[in-house]
Design a protein around this ligand. Structure first.
Ligand code: HEM
Length: 394
């Protein structure tokens, strides 16, 4: 049941199905090939005035975008982000090297010949990949612990929150993937590693958005980076989900699709929503509120509509495995306001994020957390040894 079966019905969304099956892997390969050399050599330029990455941005977007105000380079008016990197050079140097190695290794790990024919190579590369992930999380934590209190993170506290949750997400998915493989549950291992790799791809995906929006919108890197990061969280989680469901089936779970569970989730979402209205921070959408709506509101509506269409199609086909998946992801989005309460307290009281950013962090953080947790719940509840526990409770 958990084999290689398509859970996105081909008849219904042929175009989208084909897009995810063919185009997405090709785009990932191109992005990795493009970005790995740029990030690998990021700190090779000893004068720190013009590395390969900035040179590429100057050509692909504009010299002003790469070196002007809001670029974060030494020539930036504020002295630039690069000064903060230099304060943490050993960590940030290891970060860019480990990150570049991880995105290349991660790509190789998708190759089914390496997975099944050369198992020992897959395991060796997997260990190297985990080492890289640990270096990335360690270096990010070191950098963020110093720069968040001083409000020195590029694009402000909202981006700092995104990076912090990314760093935690990286460790959580690695831990769950390792737990799955120790239980010989290959299918769950695959789910968590795909999500983990999507988190790794946040770095190149952000740079692709810098280039596209830098050309189309013409704003500074500082601003574009902020809204790209808000868009990227739910995008990376949703893309991994669609990638996985396009290729691999999982069993059904009666508790996850029950109306009792939906009612509990809806009640929690509603309570979270009421909390946000009464006690939550004011939502200003940052310097460009319309961009905030475009980056978060529009994709959110799209994912909700898509999960609903796919759930209905699965129900018509009586494909309860697929139905369980789509309904659970829907529940994730419905529960978002509840998660945003947690995000609010963590951002305000633990990370001490500034008041003006709390609204954006709360809403964006709640959405991505709700969707991510629904993904984790779905995998755990449909895994070999855990699934029956939830179903029996019904
Ligand atoms: C997935 C987890 C990751 C986290 C949590 C993370 C976190 C961070 C943090 C905190 C910074 C410094 C803050 C900033 O100015 O943006 C940074 C910068 C950077 N990271 Fe990562 N990173 C991750 C993955 C990666 C990967 C996989 C790569 C390489 C493929 C990478 C390459 C870079 C580069 C090149 C910079 C310098 C910033 C620039 O391009 O201007 N990171 N990252």
């Amino acid at each position: 049941m958990m084999g290689k079966h398509n859970q996105v019905p081909e008849g219904i969304i042929d175009g989208l199905g084909l897009l995810y099956k063919r185009t997405i892997p090709v785009m990932v390969i191109i992005t990795v090939i493009f970005f790995a050399p740029l990030s690998f050599t990021y700190f090779f330029d000893e004068t720190h005035t013009s590395n390969l990455s900035d040179k590429a941005l100057a050509i692909l977007v504009s010299p002003d975008f790469a070196y002007g105000v809001g670029s974060g380079t030494l020539s930036d008016l504020n002295g630039g982000q690069i000064k903060r990197y230099l304060r943490h050079l050993p960590a940030m140097f290891s970060h860019t090297i480990a990150g570049s190695i991880a995105i290349v290794i991660g790509l190789a790990q998708f190759n089914s010949t390496i997975q099944f024919k050369y198992g020992s190579l897959h395991r060796f590369l997997g260990r190297l990949y985990i080492l890289c992930a640990l270096v990335i999380s360690w270096s990010s934590a070191l950098f963020l612990a110093d720069t968040i209190p001083k409000d020195e993170v590029f694009s402000g506290h909202t981006f700092a929150y995104v990076l912090s949750s990314l760093s935690v997400g990286l460790l959580v998915t690695i831990a769950l993937a390792l737990r799955a493989i120790w239980k010989r549950d290959i299918s769950s291992h695959r789910e968590f590693m795909v999500m983990n790799y999507a988190f790794m791809l946040s770095a190149p995906v952000l740079r692709v958005q810098w280039i596209i929006l830098g050309r189309l919108w013409g704003e500074t890197k500082y601003i574009i980076n902020l809204y790209s990061a808000i868009f990227s969280g739910p995008f990376l989680v949703a893309t991994s989900i669609l990638y996985l469901r396009q290729r691999y089936a999982r069993p059904s779970n009666s508790f996850l699709v029950s109306s009792q569970f939906r009612q509990i989730v809806a009640a929690c979402g509603l309570l979270g929503f009421v909390f946000q209205i009464i006690k939550g921070p004011s939502l200003n959408g940052g310097p460009y509120p319309k961009a905030f709506i475009l980056a978060l509101g529009a994709p959110l509506a799209f994912y909700m509509a898509l999960f609903t269409v796919l759930a209905r199609a699965a129900s018509r086909r009586r494909d309860m495995g697929s139905y369980t998946a789509w309904v659970t992801y829907q529940n994730g989005l419905i529960s978002a306001p509840m998660w945003s309460v947690l995000v609010f307290y963590v951002a305000r009281d633990v990370m001490r994020c500034s008041e003006e950013n709390l609204g954006m962090i709360t809403v964006a953080g709640g959405v991505v957390q709700g969707l991510f947790i629904s993904f984790v719940v779905h995998v755990l509840a449909t895994s070999k040894d855990n699934g029956h526990l939830l179903s029996k409770n019904l």
